[in-house]
Write a protein that binds this ligand. Structure first.
Ligand SMILES: *Cc1c(COP(=O)(O)O)cnc(C)c1O
Ligand SMILES: [Zn+2]
Length: 413
């Protein structure tokens, strides 16, 4: 499926495949357009299955004429059946797509892999980004692996774990005194003045394509079938809409049959411009000032908000908001029932799933996929005070005294 142009999502104007992201006619966002593939569904499927064990097995659906080199190869993360969690929530069939199992432990490796490959193809020597945390990790790592220079811009008050997991790659880490929307404004300005590839500004149309691979993997891992419902966290709304795009492309190409799943979006109450617009029946989002522990989702002015709203409404879905306490509880619920430790964004997703189940929105016959997009070790503060450590002297007696019930089990032996 060779890429043919960058096309305006609003007016359809077409541009060359270079580093640009806004339409000169109407200021709408640009998206990669593709030519219909020559191969039929069986041939496409065969090529995928013979491909690499990462996102590049889907190279035919990504914006390159030839499969680019990738030193990190993200993707093909586990899709695990979560029976204990399903039972706890009263859901018939539940799957967790664990995208924390990527090279820098979030789904951002997918989008950066695509943007970084495009940046190098276009001749850029410096990779950059405006980040809420995970993107910083991924840009710093992929730049290092490719031998590119990098600058990453983040709000200065980010979680310490995310700052450390970025700085280690030898990037130029810049903490901005302000929130993500301030960071993004500065980066948009820098984009005009510096010859840098900002993965989520001037390379955004390519970056966004990387998220489609989450939809492709889900279909493949479910034996070339679709889920009935997906629960996906929303920051800018790019991931949410591109998972929709991925399913739609494969439906149109006959790689999978059925209909588009119901799309439920997940936001934190402390930064919920898309959930608020959904509730109010608006078609666009009103910007908010973020205040939540889910910092990776803290975008107050989401670029793809209107498209996320459209997708949720078109598929009979919703966009929900959950509180910080619900996020903390959901992180523990997921860990205790699946062995998967997620960051606050995953807490937002699981809290939303719980809310939908509790409200009776999920039919027992449905097959549900929840997307876990990041790793718990990056937001350790969210788990503090959630449990006690039993501190004892190094003797059997001390252990028995601490857990009085353990004694009878030993005696019976
Ligand atoms: C960036 C991010 C998202 C979603 O980002 P979008 O801007 O909506 O594409 C979700 N989860 C995590 C952990 C992230 O870092
Ligand atoms: Zn346009």
């Amino acid at each position: 499926m060779p890429p043919t142009a960058l096309q305006c999502k609003e007016c359809g104007s077409r541009y060359g495949l270079d580093a640009r992201y806004v339409c000169e006619q109407c200021f709408g966002p640009l998206e990669v357009a593709y030519e219909a593939p020559q191969a039929d569904a069986a041939e496409l499927r065969r090529k995928i299955q013979a491909g690499s064990s990462g996102i590049w097995r889907y190279a035919d659906f990504l914006p390159f004429s030839e499969r680019p080199k990738d030193p990190l190869e993200p993707g093909l993360t586990p899709l695990v059946k979560a029976d204990q969690l399903a039972e706890r929530l009263g859901i018939g069939e539940l799957w967790i797509k664990n995208d924390a199992a990527n090279p820098t432990h979030s789904f951002k490796d997918r989008v950066v892999a695509v943007a970084a490959a495009k940046a190098q193809e276009l001749g850029f020597e410096t990779l950059a980004c405006a980040s809420t945390g995970n993107l910083a990790n991924a840009v710093a790592a992929h730049a290092a692996a490719r031998g590119l220079e990098s600058y990453v811009f983040v709000p200065a008050d980010l979680e310490e774990q995310k700052l450390l997991a970025t700085g280690v790659y030898g990037t130029r880490l810049v903490g901005i005194r302000g929130n993500y929307d301030d960071v993004n404004r500065l980066c948009t300005q820098l984009c005009e003045e510096r010859p840098w590839a900002f993965v989520n500004v001037n390379l955004r149309p390519y970056y966004a394509e990387g998220s489609k691979t989450l939809a492709y993997e889900t279909v493949e891992q479910l034996g070339w079938t679709l889920p009935d419902r997906v629960v996906v966290p929303i920051a800018s709304g790019s991931l949410f809409t591109k998972i929709g795009r991925g399913f739609t492309e494969w439906l149109e190409l006959g790689l999978v049959e059925g209909e588009l799943p119901t799309f439920n979006g997940a936001q934190a109450e402390g930064c919920s411009p898309v959930a608020t617009a959904y509730q109010e029946g608006w078609e666009v989002c009103k910007p908010q000032r973020p205040d939540t522990i889910a910092k990776s989702l803290a975008i107050g002015n989401p670029a793809d908000g209107p498209y996320a709203l459209e997708l949720a409404r078109r598929t009979g879905g919703t966009i929900e908001a959950v509180t910080d306490d619900e996020i903390r509880a959901a992180i523990r619920l997921l860990a205790e029932t699946t062995g998967i430790f997620t960051e606050t964004a995953g807490g937002v997703t699981i809290a939303t799933l719980a809310k939908l189940a509790e409200r009776g929105d999920i039919d027992p016959s449905e097959r549900v996929v929840a997307y876990i997009t990041g790793e718990g070790l990056k937001t350790l503060d969210a788990t503090r005070d959630g449990f006690v450590m039993h501190e004892i002297d190094p003797t059997v007696e001390a252990l028995d005294a601490e857990f009085a019930t353990a004694t009878s089990a030993v005696a019976a032996h």
